[in-house]
Ligand binder design. Structure first.
Ligand code: NDP
Length: 314
């Protein structure tokens, strides 16, 4: 019997996982990550979120590691994770749709200056924007990272009427999106946008990529949306840019430290909207469906998409 251990949602979530897989793949033995009766050598697949370092290495016959999230940095930060075992990122349509919805909300919040209204409401002050109101057609949005999430986000922004550009490692063609590639294309990309959406994976190359100098290249009023990973943005530089008005607004879903500590000055910053890492969170049902598809394909010797490439780092 093929055995899947799960570390996602805690032991309380196991009955739901079991019920889902009983319907999707009745032949699968679904076990809790911490079940003492499970022999690590008999585990075929592990569906995990933040596994304790060293635990995956003990599962010596693993056929694949399935990340419970789209990113895999919560697994690859374990120096002992078994690097010869295929590591598969979470997929399915739901994460992309949710990310599109979130980024659209964030971009419109920047466009219509939602932080100003929030402050007005908190202070019970009838705050009206003055000056020329921008419309979506006036706003130039740049999407950093054009992968399984960034590409549909860029396309959705085009459909919503924004001027959209994108940046990735390799050249891409996306209808309606002006695409730039590599370090050579970065400055031209940045100078052509006023709102920057960060949707890169966290890798040694991308960590700390959004610095004060990067933010200073954006057209004014400049906005930042970080939905990739917290460490992509240098938080001290972000605060400096917000405080000296280089950056007008930031919408942040991910942080260097999560949960964001109560002591962080970002919480109370009047130009910042904070959400608790919720931009794209697929339901258990959709994740189970995707995992069942992946296991079925791997058991039949087929390759699967969204496979982490250790050489690229994403
Ligand atoms: P993909 O791996 O599909 O795409 C990554 C993109 O980033 C690619 O376009 C790639 O370029 C580009 N890229 C990677 N490294 C570089 C680099 N050094 N320079 C330029 N471009 C680079 O990732 P996804 O779109 O699926 O996800 C992106 C990230 O979103 C995840 O890694 C995760 O951290 C985050 N995420 C956040 C969530 C949230 O709730 N906030 C939920 C889900 C994911 P190329 O196309 O040329 O290879």
């Amino acid at each position: 019997m093929v055995c899947l251990v799960i570390k996602s949602g805690g032991a309380a979530a196991l009955p739901e996982w079991k019920a889902l897989f009983a319907r999707l793949m009745p032949s699968l033995a679904v076990r809790d990550w911490n079940d003492p009766a499970v022999d690590p050598a008999h585990v075929d697949y592990a569906l995990v979120w933040k596994p304790e370092p060293g635990r995956l290495a003990k599962m010596v016959n693993l056929k694949a590691i399935l990340s419970a999230a789209v990113g895999v940095d919560h697994i690859t930060c374990d120096p002992d994770w078994p690097k010869t075992v295929p590591l598969i990122r979470m997929g399915g349509e739901l994460p992309a749709q949710q990310m599109e919805d979130y980024v659209l909300w964030a971009v419109f919040s920047i466009l219509r200056d939602a932080p100003l209204w929030r402050t007005g409401q908190e202070e019970k002050v009838w705050t009206r924007q003055t000056g020329a109101a921008r419309t979506s057609a006036d706003m130039k949005v740049g999407v950093m990272g054009l992968g399984s999430l960034g590409a549909p986000v860029a396309t959705r922004l085009v459909r919503a009427g924004f001027q959209v550009s994108g940046w990735a490692r390799h050249a891409r063609t996306l209808e309606g999106v002006t695409c730039y590639a590599g370090t050579k294309g970065l400055n031209r990309f940045l100078q052509g946008c006023d709102t920057l959406v960060c949707l890169l994976p966290e890798t040694p190359e991308t960590k700390g990529i959004v610095t004060y100098d990067v933010l200073a290249q954006l057209r004014k009023p400049a906005g930042l949306i970080n939905v990739g990973r917290g460490p992509l943005v240098v938080e001290a530089d972000l605060l400096r840019a917000l405080n000296d008005k280089t950056l007008h607004t930031a919408v942040l879903d991910v942080f260097e430290q999560e949960p964001l500590p109560a002591s962080s000055p970002l919480w109370a910053h009047p130009r910042v909207l904070i959400t608790p890492h919720v931009a794209a969170e697929a339901s258990r049902a959709s994740r189970a469906e995707y995992v069942a598809q992946v296991i079925r394909a791997l058991e039949q010797g087929q390759d699967v998409p969204l496979r982490y490439d250790p050489a690229r780092g994403y």
